[in-house]
Design a protein around this ligand. Structure first.
Ligand SMILES: Nc1ncnc2c1ncn2[C@@H]1O[C@H](COP(=O)(O)OP(=O)(O)OP(=O)(O)O)[C@@H](O)[C@H]1O
Ligand SMILES: [Mg+2]
Length: 313
């Protein structure tokens, strides 16, 4: 089953085209990452899915329910942890969760049980009688996750859930969300921490200026970047050696340290070593450095005009 389907979504705010024909399909059970620079349109897309914004043209469905025509059916399946804090500030947080559950049709005793469980899940049950404003920044993020979970959603949408969160809490939240995904919850995550997407997501979509640039697995994307072979030679050559080999690019030399750009470190290393050996350079150490998803991402979303056409095209 398809969890999210977006079809040629356009969203205009005055002169700004926040979404410029976005089409996307996310399968049930997937852990899906949405990456893109500030202003790419990620939150706008999420706002349309949860009914906080209306698309100018195009349509979107959540588990087969049109997000406008079948708003309530679609919305009841979604738990959202938004990028911006939007919480009732005057109620104890357990009440905020109970109201939320009630709004989605869960009766009061069950709502109380779920609120307590959600607060325990994110580790702030001892703060249940506190107001949102009095939580620390990290606790606020935890609370937003608890609020997303209180309706036991089939689709969890996390819009930068770990912004400003310390390393330890970030790992904890990752584990928690990973567990939910393992248990069958579909997850849509936006993040500026590329490592987060790399660790968690089965598939990532890269967006820029309201459009989808690419959809692929993190591994596949990494494979498109340039790798580097870092070779240590026994003696410093006078000039960088030259290679006339498929998939092998430029070589730069710093004393005995030779750095060679290749399309794929694993399959090109042997030929590079052989060539060096034949030309009388003794190799004493070799390191393979793989392209990071971050490098590939930056290359794809560069807005300057010399960005390589093949990835942005
Ligand atoms: N309510 C609004 N009114 C006017 N313009 C808006 C509104 N919401 C978003 N925009 C504009 O739409 C564009 C996309 O914004 P959006 O918040 O979707 O980006 P984003 O990808 O979530 O960015 P970030 O990574 O900074 O969160 C931006 O140019 C933004 O200024
Ligand atoms: Mg955003």
């Amino acid at each position: 089953m398809t969890a999210i389907r977006a079809d040629d979504l356009v969203k205009e705010y005055g002169d700004v085209r926040a979404l410029d024909g976005l089409s996307l399909e996310i399968d049930e059970g997937e852990f899906f990452g949405l990456l893109g620079p500030n202003g790419a349109g990620k939150t706008t897309f999420i706002n349309i899915l949860v009914g906080l914004a209306r698309s100018t043209t195009g349509s979107a469905e959540v588990f087969g329910h049109d997000v406008e025509d079948d708003y309530q059916q679609a919305r009841d399946r979604i738990g959202l942890a938004p990028q911006e804090f939007n919480v009732d500030r005057f109620f104890p947080i357990h009440e905020v969760l109970e109201h939320k559950a009630g709004y989605h049709g869960i009766e009061s005793e069950e709502a109380e049980r779920r609120a307590a469980e959600a607060l325990k899940t994110v580790g702030i049950y001892d703060k249940r009688d506190t107001r949102f404003d009095w939580l620390s920044g990290g606790m606020k993020r935890r609370f937003l996750l608890a609020r997303a979970l209180v309706t036991d959603p089939d689709l969890l949408i996390l819009d930068e859930p770990t912004a400003g969160v310390d390393v330890e809490l970030r790992r904890e939240l990752w584990e928690l969300v990973q567990r939910l995904n393992d248990d069958g919850t579909t997850v849509l995550l936006t993040t500026h921490y590329i490592e987060e997407a790399e660790q968690l997501c089965d598939t990532v979509a890269i967006m820029d200026t309201g459009r989808k640039i690419e959809v692929a697995s993190p591994d596949d994307l990494r494979g498109r970047g340039e790798d580097t072979l870092l070779v240590t030679l026994a003696d410093a050559p006078a000039r960088p050696p030259t290679f006339d080999l498929d998939g092998v690019g430029r070589a730069t030399l710093d004393g005995t340290e030779l750095s060679v750009t290749v399309d794929d470190a694993g399959s090109r290393a042997a030929a590079v070593i052989r060539t060096l050996d034949r030309s009388g350079h003794e190799v004493v150490n070799l390191e393979l450095r793989r392209a990071s998803l971050e490098e590939v991402f930056v290359g794809m979303t560069r807005t300057d005009t010399d960005a390589s056409g093949e990835v942005t095209g």
